[in-house]
Design a binder for this molecule. Sequence first.
Ligand SMILES: [Fe+2]
Length: 427
Amino acid sequence: MKITALLTQFLNGKISRRQLTDRILGLGFGMATVESILNNVPAAQAKPAETFRPEPYSVRTPYGQSMATAGVPSHTGYSAPNVRTLEVKPWPRMGASGAFIDLTGAEGTDGAYICEFQPGSTTKPQRYLFEESVFVLEGEGETTIWQEGGRKQTFRWRKGGMFSPPLNVWRQHSNRGSTPARLISFHDLPLMMDVLHNAEFLFDNPFVFRDRYNHDPDYFTFKPSNVRAGGTPAMFSEGEHGAVMISDTGFVPDINQVRLQEAKSRGLKNKGMEIVFSDNTMQTHISEFETGSYKRAHRHGPGSHVMILGGVGYTLLWTDLPQYSKAPKHVRVDWTEGTLLVPPDRWFHQHFNAGGDAAKYMATTWIGGKYFAKAMGGGGRTHRLNTISTHQGGNMVDYPDEDPAVRSIFEEELKKNGLKSRMPGKS
Ligand SMILES: [Fe+2]
């Protein structure tokens, strides 16, 4: 009876996995009994995690309605100044604290959420019929994944790590450090929820994707041998296929340690790498550009979640015309480590490094890395053409074509910081 009471406390998030283990051992049972109980926990919890039903004929999308019922804040706008400090509130479904980030530029394709949990605590198991890529903003811990009735696999992570539980596996995170663990998940639930509008199907679906995950013990071991030249036409201009390096993995221990490759087509003094996690359609692009430099202006479809990993600078975003100062609408986002921004659909945007060190960001988006798709933003309409000049019908503004105002603003910013431009041409 005592074990049942302890199990209830654990399932309700009142005690951690470690406390549950210690207390069962304290009752005189052996480790084999503890493991047997813990292995049966998912079966006991295999019931709908999400019972939400969207209202039809609403001005809000099914995904928008689902966020409103979760009881956690939803952060909106063009950007979030710092995802490390964004307000979170208790999130009953997760057994943690959390918040949604629903930025304008996502346009209902993909989204993000924060999940924060305390030392010694474990989140409630979840399984999702949507993809997510999880970046560790703070803390250290481990994640256990398993398929229905299958073996469990656990991997450790710490600040700077990024991983993706494969599609629809059960997942449970534990904080193994002495400070709160804060994760940010980039996911394609908005698209899936708006198309299917059935939470039970998305959060409690027994289908097992063995094609994506089949108990490979090395699934969450990062292997440099998995880095290759490749990708789909969504990543390239015509004729430069193979110019991008892509890493195909379940886990990257430290995003900042990934070796980047020269990527001149995106801008001078620019390096990058694409990462596809866990056979997903989602992809993550990492980019670094030096002090005193900026990237070429370009535009593409919605949903690219640009998160700043280091450096100081700003991004200009504008509508309709390649020339910044002639555009009818402008937005400026000043950034530092932890800023998140999403350029809206077909808005031109340009990233500027105004600090004394290299600037680095990663951008996770919803489709088009390993599996080519021609839907909006995924390739056919805009994304594939973002390294082709606007002169040739593409969506990249070449440096000689850029609005002189862009260079003036940049030089003014550098002057404020006592820095000089390293861009060729004027001054
Ligand atoms: Fe972009």
